[in-house]
Design a protein around this ligand. Structure first.
Ligand code: FES
Length: 95
């Protein structure tokens, strides 16, 4: 789905996979994949900020845990997360 060399630490890219918008994230070398539509007003999280295992929405700063998808700033909202694998420099998102 993409090359690790194109996703440096601290960066995100958005991919459409089977009609889903998914943000693929490199947080300090760990690769995550998370639903990209913010639960607040559906802004793309791939335009937000990533740090310390969290992604923060650019619009109104809702923050989500990249491992669990749980929104840590507003209770009761969770994004779907996906397993990832990197094989020979290629990132795979497991749906
Ligand atoms: S749209 Fe993401 S916090 Fe408002």
């Amino acid at each position: 789905m993409g090359f690790l060399s194109e996703l440096p630490p601290g960066k995100m890219i958005e991919k459409r996979i089977m009609a889903r918008r998914i943000a693929v994230v490199n947080d300090a070398g760990k690769i995550y994949a998370i639903e990209s539509d913010c639960k607040h007003m559906k802004a793309s999280l791939s335009t937000g900020r990533v740090a310390d295992g969290m992604v923060t929405c650019r619009w109104h700063s809702w923050k989500y845990d990249l491992s669990t998808g749980v929104c840590v700033t507003n209770e009761g909202f969770t994004l779907k997360t996906y397993r990832t694998e990197v094989v020979e420099g290629v990132i795979y998102v497991l749906l």
